[in-house]
Design a protein around this ligand. Structure first.
Ligand code: NAP
Length: 553
């Protein structure tokens, strides 16, 4: 921190600040105070967005009362002008008047955009920074460009913190932001992050690279910047308070990736086994973008998901023989020499749940589908001595896989005439709805149905199977087992399977509830008739709870 004449500077030294600042919005003082009151005990570092208030100056006496009740907490006053991406429509002079009054009301920090700083006389800036800790900020809502120059422009003015916020349009933009933080955080108090979905990782990795703190939102719908992550998620899933330079970085790569449950699962495993590591969702629009970041971030291990499971193979130094045969890789390890090695844990994801129930030698298994997961199932089950049959919508593709894996192709009309021990759905049919099934009821001549689709938990196929007293293996078991194996490959430690199964089940229930809530929202214009009645919602909650209890091992 700079040598400042500010009497406030000593109150905001970095070691006293929590890592996470929650942005609080509200249209009037009572709403903002109520919101802040609900957050401040768990997170004593809040940014009150005065520009969201209809009358910021008039609101300050009420905010002052609130601040006086919380001397333990640190508060930032921000009144960002509309021209700089905020909501305040007044002039720079009015903005400064509000921030000066905020300083006099007990805020320890004010955030002032570089553009406003540049419009002030030196004496005016000095007067403000003598009253309160000053954050000079710069926001780029379109791209991550010229951030070194923007920092140099900010650095001409004395401040307690320099905050740079850009927008990531690629994963590599996060690397650019991290480099800036690494280069300057020893000399200056820096805050840096990238907005947008592709910038989400910077909200965690920025802190690792030297950002004194980062921002989180209070609740869904209360985000003050694109891509802002829920504060609770930053705290509970990503353990932001623990992230430091020694924290190892892992991630799941895909496009899209925002709904992945892997971060919840893997971070829970790292926490349980006290591994100093964080696992992030990496939204890569191309594999090239990912590979440009792998060394710079630097990443220790990756889960690979759609659409990169095949494409990644040519980038790997080596793979195990089964992965080569399958032709798809879902797990990458980055060795100390920076080289990438690949594995396929989807095989374990399918085999382990089955072996927990039966010995696979000689059992008759039908795989429906011929994509990446079906390939893992066919090669994996064959290697265990099962008698494997395969059917697929596009017969030619199915026949090719059957030939390669040395299993039998079965024409679809034949399925209903045969008896199996296990039927595996390796298609996306049934995902995200309760109406579609890859198999008809008359075709379910089997002891077990293993539906690899896990959202919703009760697919149409699962329901039909239960109705026929067929035993069901939920797709979530595959998800947990493939993840458990990844954890073991990366850390060499046994995976806390029961713990991760529990957190993933809970996360899936939460997702289902959000989906129900979203369905319940009235359609834009048309009269609101709930898509799902409250009684139906209750039934879903009850059902989800039942599924969870049946899964606790
Ligand atoms: P993929 O490579 O895209 O293969 C999809 C397969 O499903 C293809 O054989 C395709 O047939 C078939 N298919 C697609 N739509 C169909 C339809 N409407 N009717 C009949 N067949 C259809 O996908 P993948 O990576 O193998 O994944 C398949 C599914 O497995 C995913 O959607 C996911 O739900 C599930 N999965 C689960 C886990 C887990 O952990 N539980 C992990 C990964 C995947 P064609 O050849 O005719 O196109």
């Amino acid at each position: 921190m700079r040598e400042s004449s500010s009497t406030y500077a000593s109150r905001i030294r970095r070691f006293r600040l929590p890592r996470l600042c929650i942005a609080v919005v509200g249209a009037d003082a009572p709403t903002m105070v109520e919101r802040a009151e609900s957050l401040v005990r768990d997170n004593p570092f809040l940014e009150l967005r005065l520009d969201y208030l209809s009358q910021p100056l008039a609101a300050l006496p009420k905010l002052k009362n609130f601040l006086e009740l919380h001397p333990e907490a640190t508060f930032i006053a921000t009144c960002r002008r509309a021209v700089n991406g905020g909501k305040f429509k007044g002039s720079v002079a009015n903005q400064i008047a509000i921030l000066r009054k905020a300083a006099d009301s007990g805020f320890q920090l004010v955030d002032l955009e570089l553009q406003s700083v540049e419009a002030l006389k030196a004496t005016e800036l000095h007067d403000l920074s003598d009253r309160v800790g000053l954050i000079i900020s710069h926001h780029n809502f379109k791209a991550t460009k010229n951030i070194d120059r923007q920092f140099a422009d900010m650095n001409k003015y004395p401040a307690d913190f320099y905050k740079l916020v850009s927008t990531a349009t690629s994963l590599h933009d996060n690397v650019v932001m991290m480099r800036l933080l690494e280069e300057n955080s020893a000399k200056h108090e820096m805050v840096g992050l990238c907005m947008g979905e592709q910038g989400i990782i910077s909200r965690v990795l920025g802190v690792r690279a030297g950002s004194v703190f980062t921002f989180g939102s209070a609740a869904k719908g209360e985000e003050t910047a694109p891509g802002q992550v829920l504060a609770g998620e930053l705290r509970d899933v990503y353990r932001i308070e623990m992230v430091d330079q020694a924290t190892q970085v892992y991630g799941v790569v895909g496009d899209p990736i925002s709904h992945s449950l892997s971060p919840v699962m893997m971070n829970a495993a790292f926490r349980r086994e006290t591994v100093n590591a964080v696992y992030l969702a990496l939204h890569a629009k191309s594999l090239k973008d990912l590979l440009a970041c792998v060394n710079d971030i630097p990443i220790r291990g990756l889960s690979i998901t759609m659409p990169y499971k095949q494409e990644i193979l040519s980038e790997l130094e080596n793979t195990d023989p089964l992965t080569r045969q399958i032709g798809a890789c879902n797990t990458v390890v980055r060795a100390a020499d920076g080289k990438l090695y690949g594995f396929n844990t989807d095989v374990a994801g399918i085999i382990v749940p089955l072996e927990q129930r039966m010995s696979l030698a000689g059992v008759r298994v039908l795989i429906v589908g011929a994509g990446g997961v079906a390939r893992a199932a066919a090669f994996g089950l064959k290697s265990k001595g099962a008698e494997v049959f395969l059917t697929n919508r596009t017969a030619e593709k199915g026949q090719t896989l059957a030939r390669q894996a040395k299993v039998k192709y079965m024409k679809r009309p034949e399925v209903a005439k045969q008896q199996f021990d296990v039927m595996i759905n390796a298609t996306p049919v049934g995902m995200g709805n309760t109406k579609q099934s890859p198999l008809e009821e008359k075709e379910l001549n089997t002891k077990y149905v293993f539906d690899l689709v896990y959202s919703p938990a009760e697919t149409r196929l699962v329901k039909m199977a239960r109705a026929k007293n067929i035993q069901v293996i939920p797709g979530l078991e595959m998800f947990v087992q493939q993840g458990a194996r990844q954890f073991e490959i990366w850390t060499g430690k046994p995976s806390p399977v029961a713990e991760i199964a529990y957190v993933v089940t809970k996360a899936l229930e939460r997702q289902a509830l959000v989906e129900v809530d979203e369905e319940e929202k009235p359609a834009p214009k048309k009269a609101a008739k709930p898509a799902v009645k409250p009684a139906a919602k209750k039934a879903i909650v009850k059902k989800a709870a039942k599924t969870a209890s049946s899964r606790k091992k």
